[in-house]
Design a protein around this ligand. Sequence first.
Ligand code: AMP
Length: 217
Amino acid sequence: MRIVFLGPPGAGKGTQAKFLERNYAACQVSTGDILREAVQAQTSLGRQAAQYMARGELVPDELVVSLVGERIRQPDCRNGFILDGFPRTIAQASGLEAILQNMGAALDCVFNLRVPDAILIQRLTGRRACSRCAALYHLAFSPPQREGICDRCHGNLYQREDDREETIQARLNVYKTQTAPLIDLYRRKGLLKEIDGVGSMEEIRDRIIKAVNEVRA
Ligand code: AMP
């Protein structure tokens, strides 16, 4: 399966992509996670990306397209991949198409997770991530057993710098102007499946399983 997850920040793309990875032998490729690791490791990519990310802006297309091109050619993506947070612009979608053509591959479907702004803001401000294993928590909806500590690996939990309220609004604006046009693009290609992203993690997961089964039928 080769899947793209579209949706605004906080729609649940990462959570649902991780679920598909565990259950459908496909590899989650999150450009946000790759970029955050690069920033932390202070690689050349990380140094170039850091300032954009801190402001909630998009990292330049050519950087992200080349990192995704390299990543999806790795052996662990041979059975399929779930692109989480990519493409985010029309130029990135064209870049992806060229990469896939070159690989003799094609997308199976594009899921668009729909969530109203008020819920996104609530989810993003309460979101915490593990600094060691990247597991996700929410202070109100899925809190860790011990405050600030990951249940799985006991790593420290942190709030992403770009999950602060001032930056969230910038990210939502970027989504509306630069990423939302991809919904129509993929609809025209006949690849789009709309998913209601409001509800519990399990309810949304069930909608996605149903959509995956329809694609595979
Ligand atoms: P995310 O974890 O997907 O919310 O991404 C966090 C930040 O990483 C975004 O606000 C961007 O600054 C950057 N980023 C992630 N994916 C992309 C992408 N496909 N294109 C450009 N910037 C990206």
